[in-house]
Design a protein around this ligand. Structure first.
Ligand SMILES: Cc1cc2nc3c(=O)[nH]c(=O)nc-3n(C[C@H](O)[C@H](O)[C@H](O)COP(=O)(O)OP(=O)(O)OC[C@H]3O[C@@H](n4cnc5c(N)ncnc54)[C@H](O)[C@@H]3O)c2cc1C
Length: 409
């Protein structure tokens, strides 16, 4: 197949969130013709906790972006306060193994996504806003384009040599490919709103748990503008088992923590969303198409973060698609390389994330870990580093770390 679809584009990316923008940026940088279609119009909101982890910051730097203007807008968070079901509360710093602080950057998605899409356009990607993908065009058993509908309801086909589905948790493209598996044990359900907060400028993120939320939790994330992001994320299977909705469970948790109740009472725009976990084994490639970000179930199953994985997956997808186009072959074999690269980069990390999620499903185990942490600064650093993604999770496989945790020094 040539670099262009029959009379069409080289690459069409559906969805201009972090995954789509990173893909488009990577392709544009490699000189590949790429167009993003986005059903919304920027600036637009996205339900999120608004945290850019150290890995997300690194992924943005790896995309060759000048981060100074973004960094100037972000609020820094350098630790969390973990509230266990018993009421035990321990402060955990986000430090790497040398004790260096690795702060989170907090920026509202309305601002971050608008900034990122502008970077993709500046790199040469095209952008069509107010255009929704409604189906795939399949020719000779391969994806050959997308059926789209514009704001006015008009439908048309856009042909493309390769299509990248980056259309988020409710992905139309994943459905069209028959890859929309969302089993309740691998799906997190979340609600989030914004509240004015006297602690909105603090560098501390609060995690509130109860026996019914674990391994999930409620949170209070200061956004640095006198406001805070408040919400809750839990496994769909736990909600189903306990016959309760996410919003009702958030209210229930707030009933145990007066400061959370106060913040929640003033919150506006409390909206629900889902997070498809990367614990689900899934092929994200087929002839002519890839799925990236939430569309391809790439959310960390333990911490619920998905911006860094979306950005890194977008970069990997851009390389795979650009190489495939250059070789004149975008079949299942060539694009299947993406699945292998994802697996190499995130396979072990996501497996460990799933194990940590299972570990934290037990209130007794969480209490025991926190009680140990309360007695040692070293343990607080180790757990805080894990929660804050301040160092690779794989380090837990290092016996030395286990030993340090055991002796607490
Ligand atoms: C409550 C909550 C809190 C979270 N907190 C964090 C956090 O603090 N940090 C973190 O790293 N992750 C967090 N996540 C996860 C994170 O939001 C996602 O993993 C991340 O946004 C995935 O990026 P994406 O580009 O794949 O999808 P999205 O950001 O969802 O972007 C998809 C884009 O596709 C567009 N689109 C959808 N359908 C179509 C269509 N048919 N046609 C055209 N366009 C379409 C959408 O409008 C959107 O712009 C949170 C998620 C939730 C729900």
């Amino acid at each position: 197949m040539s670099g262009r679809g029959q009379g069409g584009l080289s690459v069409l990316v559906v969805g201009a969130g972090p995954a789509g923008c990173a893909t488009a940026l990577g392709l544009a940088r490699r000189g590949v013709e790429v167009v993003l279609i986005e059903r919304g119009r920027f600036p637009r909101d996205k339900v999120c906790g608004d945290v850019l982890l150290p890995e997300a910051q690194q992924a943005l730097a790896d995309l060759g972006l000048d981060l100074a203007p973004l960094a100037a807008r972000c609020h820094r968070i350098d630790r969390c306060r973990y509230h266990a079901p018993s009421g035990l509360c321990v402060e955990l710093p986000f430090c790497d193994r040398h004790g260096e602080s690795r702060p989170w950057w907090v920026v509202k998605r309305r601002d971050f996504d608008g900034w990122l899409v502008a970077q993709a356009c500046a790199a040469g990607a095209g952008l069509c806003e107010g255009v929704s993908a409604v189906d795939l065009v399949i020719r000779d058993a391969a994806v050959a384009g997308v059926v789209v509908r514009d704001d006015g309801g008009a439908r048309r086909e856009i042909a493309a040599a390769a299509v990248v589905g980056a259309d988020g948790a409710s992905s139309t493209l994943a459905r069209a490919l028959g890859r929309f598996e969302r089993p309740a044990a691998h799906l997190c359900v979340a609600v989030r709103g914004y509240a004015p907060s006297p602690h909105g400028d603090d560098p501390v993120f609060d995690i509130y748990t109860s026996a019914r939320t674990l391994p999930g939790c409620a949170w209070h994330v200061p956004t640095g503008d006198g406001c805070a992001n408040v919400g809750l994320g839990v496994l769909r299977s736990d909600l189903d088992r306990q016959r309760i909705g996410a919003r009702a469970l958030l209210d229930e948790v707030a009933g145990r923590y007066p400061e959370l109740a106060q913040r929640l009472a003033a919150a506006t725009g409390v909206v629900g969303w889902s997070l498809p976990g990367a614990s689900l084994p899934l092929s994200r490639s087929t002839a002519g198409a890839l799925l990236v970000g939430d569309a391809g179930c790439m959310v960390d199953p333990w911490t619920g973060h998905g911006i860094h994985t979306a950005l890194i997956a977008g970069s990997l997808a851009a390389d795979v698609v650009a190489d495939a186009l250059a070789a004149g072959e975008v079949g299942a074999g060539a694009l299947g390389r993406f699945d292998r690269l994802w697996q190499q980069r995130f396979g072990l990390e996501m497996k460990l994330g799933w194990l940590l999620q299972r570990f934290c499903a037990s209130p007794g185990r969480v209490e025991a870990m926190l009680a140990l942490a309360a007695r040692s600064e070293r343990r607080r650093q180790i757990i805080g580093g894990l929660i804050g993604h301040a160092y690779p999770r794989q380090r837990w496989l290092d016996p030395q770390l286990g030993l340090r945790f055991a002796i607490g020094r």
